[in-house]
Design a protein around this ligand. Structure first.
Ligand code: F6P
Length: 401
């Protein structure tokens, strides 16, 4: 093995540039050369038509920071299997041959990982460095921590405006059908209510919690000010199992519905209940806010940070994990492995897992949710009692997500 290609694919996020740098630096220290395959799988498919590739040598590495989110390599959402050309795999192999690439490092999430499994089965040597802000792989993946930190900061900051206008603020966040980012950022920002796809929402329960907490806060404030914050995952469902999304958003290249509309729907459900609640105008009068015909119930507003949750800068954790995942991927390729995902590096142990298993979707642990329910956060269901199992450990450290 002398030359390796690296590509990043799927939704971009924090930590990817650290994966590129970790792989490049480990390649360099083993006498290998690492080349960028630009624009994800689209670039891999069209490699054969290119005249040259960018080598990630020390001078090129100086041109971008590991802590920038996004990827210097560029992305696309392309499913190789879906390409009609029957010669698609040969075309990819020809491209690799043209540039003497002996193997690939692919950093992506579940969809990109499934393409990587496909390529490996077609005889292309490749190693998967896990990435997804959704955190729904079996392994930790770069992007998750950065996104959680960014959302937490947004939700926290929004409280100043929420409190000033006595508004209920609903922040809708990416994450597809796993609620990890909404859950962990909501906890970090001390949100009052967190709605995740794993728990179908009973709107009466949400409203009851909101009406009690929000009105108590404003009543008890000496200047009658307060807010109530909700973090809602884009893939949230109703208690009857029905999904909440805007049909007009369309589908992506992997055939998944593009999710949109959860925040707006949440606002509508709350506003409807506020209007029907005879206690609301009484509360508004008691706190000196009621103005007939103009301001009879509090306002409920939606905030949709969208791509901001995965942009900007990476967290220090993601930069650390990214360097190690990229470096480990090179070591696994050098050892002749293919079709595996880096799990973590622990001292001298480079842990990996079969990629077909690593990309199986992981959901929020509902026992963990119960703990936070017992701390008073609403998850849109009747709170479930937290039943702890106390266990003495021998110093093993694990991350909580
Ligand atoms: O999978 C990562 C992710 O950020 C999802 O959480 C989100 O639904 C999707 O990508 C958005 O993708 P795009 O940027 O392609 O619209």
């Amino acid at each position: 093995m002398k030359k390796i290609g690296i590509l990043t694919s799927g939704g971009d996020c924090g930590g990817l540039n650290a994966v590129l740098k970790g792989a490049a630096l480990m390649a360099e220290s083993n006498g290998l050369e690492l080349y960028i395959i630009p624009n994800g799988y689209a670039g891999l498919y069209n490699l054969v038509d290119r005249d040259n590739l960018v080598k990630l040598d020390l001078q090129r590495l100086d041109r971008f920071d590991a802590s920038f989110a996004g990827s210097e390599a560029g992305h696309s959402r392309v499913k190789i299997k879906a390409i009609r050309n029957p010669e698609k795999y040969n075309r990819i192999k020809e491209g690799m041959k043209k540039f003497h690439l002996d193997g690939l490092i692919i950093s992506g999430g579940d969809d990109s990982g499934s393409v990587m499994v496909d390529l490996s089965q077609q005889g292309v040597s490749c190693i998967h460095a896990p990435k997804t802000m959704d955190l729904d792989l079996q392994t930790y993946s770069v992007g998750g921590d950065s996104t959680i930190n960014r959302i937490a900061q947004f939700v926290h900051d929004l409280k100043t405006t929420g409190k000033t206008h006595n508004r209920v603020l609903v922040t809708e966040v990416f994450g597809r059908y796993a609620g990890h980012t909404a859950f962990r950022s909501g906890i970090a920002a001390e949100a009052d209510c967190i709605l995740i796809p794993e728990i179908p929402v009973d709107w009466n329960i949400v409203y009851e919690h909101l009406a009690k907490r929000f009105t108590r806060r404003i009543r008890q404030s000496d200047v009658h000010s307060g807010t109530y914050t909700i973090v809602v995952a884009e893939g949230m469902k109703n208690a009857d199992g029905s999904e909440i999304f805007d049909e007009s958003a369309g589908i992506d290249a992997f055939g998944h519905k593009k999710l949109a509309g959860a925040g707006k729907y949440t606002c509508q459900q709350i506003q409807k209940r506020m209007k029907d609640d005879p206690a609301m105008p009484i509360f508004m009068k008691e706190t000196g806010m009621f103005v007939e015909g103009v301001y009879e119930i509090p306002e409920v507003r939606e905030i949709h940070p969208g791509h901001l949750v995965r942009a900007g800068n990476s967290s220090a954790y993601d930069v650390n994990f990214g360097f190690e995942a990229g470096a480990a991927a090179v070591l696994l390729l050098l050892d002749g492995k293919s079709g595996v995902t880096v799990s973590k590096v622990k001292g001298r142990k480079v842990e990996y897992i079969e990629s077909s298993k690593a990309i199986m979707q992981r959901h929020v642990d509902l026992d963990q949710v119960a703990l936070h329910e017992s701390l008073g956060i609403c998850f849109g269901r009747t709170p479930v009692a937290y039943e702890p199992i106390l266990r003495e450990m021998d110093g093993v450290y694990e991350r909580i997500y």
